[in-house]
Write a protein that binds this ligand. Structure first.
Ligand code: NAD
Length: 507
């Protein structure tokens, strides 16, 4: 329970766990064992931050209008950050012709900038290891300004459920650093990441705990982690599996970058097959256009669906006949001047307000941003048939209740976005065996794993125990229909509980 008697995010998130535990009459000690994380590592890291040139405020500018322009020869040595500041690289001063007054310089075509001193900074870092009864801890690393212990506990527990649902031999973990990576340079992010992983070195390992990318991190950061962990080790090539989500050229798996989005689409395909719904021409809304959102959107568009609007943290773009996905991906991810990696400013669509995004008439909504976006009032507005949860925890309890009452189908996050961790498992296997699989092989396995486990969850939800040539849902059904979120949790808990019941407790 959090302060002020208010429920913590973790307590709230665990309500589905407790509901499912009741349905399966989970053995009390097992329930107690799983309901809290094994370890909560909270620590601090420090890093040196460079001096910055920060744009002057309107009022301050008046005092420096007469400042002669400075000529910084090495223009590229001023590194522009997403918040409009610049990192002052020392090489910028080589051959520079500078006039500085009270720390302010005037750079033509840029404006008046004030020098802000860098120096050491302290960051709060986390790694929550929730449960490892089924295998090594596994879960992403998030860099975000609103990271917290409570949130990482929720996300770590989600990984415990997700790895069980995906049937990969891992447990659950999550972690990261509380900071806004968009305010820092590439070099600073490397330093912060290296220091974080230096401190993590005793906590992780290919058979202990295996991080992966999440919000604010990517394959590049996984490469820093791998180097930090394996540097100087005699058998370093055997340790590549310490992180997943790496670039394919250094031990990553084909298909991993797209895997979460691809898994979302496999779930949507299975939902459509079951409902007799044609995805060709289907109207889709996507929230978040990072790794998960952009890949899910591109794959859906390739299947003939129309992505009619995309919302992200900085804006929303819409086009009734469908946005051109290749052009939007280029605008967001391949345009070096789009430092905030946002859909805002995309010329191939109309800018609309976020409030109006939820109102658009469509068939499918893919939330692929952060948590708690689909609240009760948002769910009241939605005009879709399906919400396929690419993000972790995008729907509040109230949002869930409203969608159930309004007959909107939901594919819960713990199955919908399990494609990432499934292909992470394939990457880990390839690393341990020093193998390299084709994308076709990866996707064939992924499709089978996701569709099979989603079908079991649907059977649990409808109380339709059956054995098919592909799966057997009989051991998981509980004798009555349950909502789909509880059904997912039932599948996870039955698989986790089996380990405690069959292996017993180590003393
Ligand atoms: P990302 O950092 O690549 O992208 C995040 C996107 O969300 C960006 O487009 C950002 O602008 C948008 N966003 C952030 N705050 C927003 C807000 N308030 N309103 C609207 N949009 C907002 O992250 P990602 O890796 O694509 O992860 C997205 C979600 O999917 C997260 O919830 C993450 O935990 C989950 N997830 C990711 C993976 C993976 O493999 N990357 C796997 C499973 C689940």
């Amino acid at each position: 329970m959090a302060r002020n008697g208010k429920k913590s995010l973790y307590d709230e998130a665990m309500e589905t766990f407790h509901r499912a535990a009741e349905f399966i009459k989970m053995q009390p000690r097992v329930r107690m064992e799983i309901e809290e994380p094994d370890f909560e590592h909270v620590f601090h890291i420090t890093a040196e931050i460079r001096d910055r040139l920060v744009p002057l405020s309107e009022e301050e500018q008046a005092r420096f209008r007469d400042l002669p322009p400075s000529d910084v020869k090495a223009g590229d040595a001023l590194e522009l950050l997403a918040n409009g500041s610049f990192i002052l690289h020392r090489r910028a001063l080589l051959e520079a012709d500078l006039t500085m007054r009270q720390g302010v310089i005037n750079i033509p075509n840029v404006g008046l900038l004030k020098l802000e001193k860098g120096g050491p900074r302290k960051f709060r870092a986390y790694r929550i290891q929730h449960n490892n009864v089924r295998g090594p801890y596994k879960g992403g690393i998030r860099y975000h300004k609103e990271a917290s212990l409570d949130l990482f506990k929720v996300l770590a527990a989600d990984m415990t459920w997700k790895t069980a649902i995906a049937e990969v031999p891992f447990g659950g973990a999550k972690g990261g650093i509380k900071f806004d990576p968009f305010q820092y340079s590439k070099e600073e992010i490397e330093q912060i990441s290296l220091r974080y992983f230096y401190k993590m070195k005793t906590l992780v390992g290919p058979y202990v705990d295996i991080p992966a990318p999440d919000v604010g991190t990517n394959g590049e950061i996984m490469a820093y982690f791998m180097r930090q962990y394996t540097d100087g080790e005699r058998e370093k090539h055997h340790l590549r599996g310490v992180v997943t989500g790496k670039d394919v050229r250094i031990g990553g798996s084909e298909g991993r970058v797209k895997a979460t989005g691809q898994g979302v689409v496999y779930c949507i395909e299975e939902w459509a097959r079951d409902k007799g719904f044609d995805l060709k021409g289907a109207r889709v809304l996507v929230q978040g256009f990072g790794n998960v959102g952009s890949n899910a959107a591109e794959i859906l568009a390739a299947l003939g669906a129309k992505v009619v609007a995309v919302n992200d943290v900085h804006g929303t773009v819409a086009k009734d006949s469908g946005l051109d996905m290749a052009a939007l991906v280029h605008h967001v991810h391949q345009n070096p001047s789009n430092l905030r990696r946002t859909v805002a400013g995309f010329p191939g669509g109309t800018a609309i307000a976020k409030d109006d995004f939820w109102d658009i008439d469509a068939d499918i909504l893919v939330p692929a941003a952060l948590g708690e976006e689909i609240t009760g009032p948002v769910a009241e507005k939605l005009k879709v048939k399906l919400v396929a949860e690419g993000a972790n925890g995008p729907t509040t309890r109230e949002g869930d209740a409203v969608m159930a009452a309004r007959g909107i189908d939901v594919i819960p996050d713990i199955i919908c976005n399990a494609g990432g961790v499934t292909v992470s498992y394939y990457e880990w296997l390839q690393n341990l065996r020093l193998e390299h699989w084709t994308e076709g092989e990866v996707n064939r396995r992924l499709e089978q794993a996701i569709k099979k486990n989603y079908a079991i969850i649907r059977d649990i939800s409808r109380n339709r125990p059956q054995r098919t040539p592909i799966y057997d849902s009989r051991p998981f059904c509980v004798g009555q229909p349950v909502d789909i979120r509880t059904a997912s949790m039932i599948l996870a808990l039955k698989r986790i509980e089996a380990h405690y019941l069959l292996e017993g407790f180590s003393q």
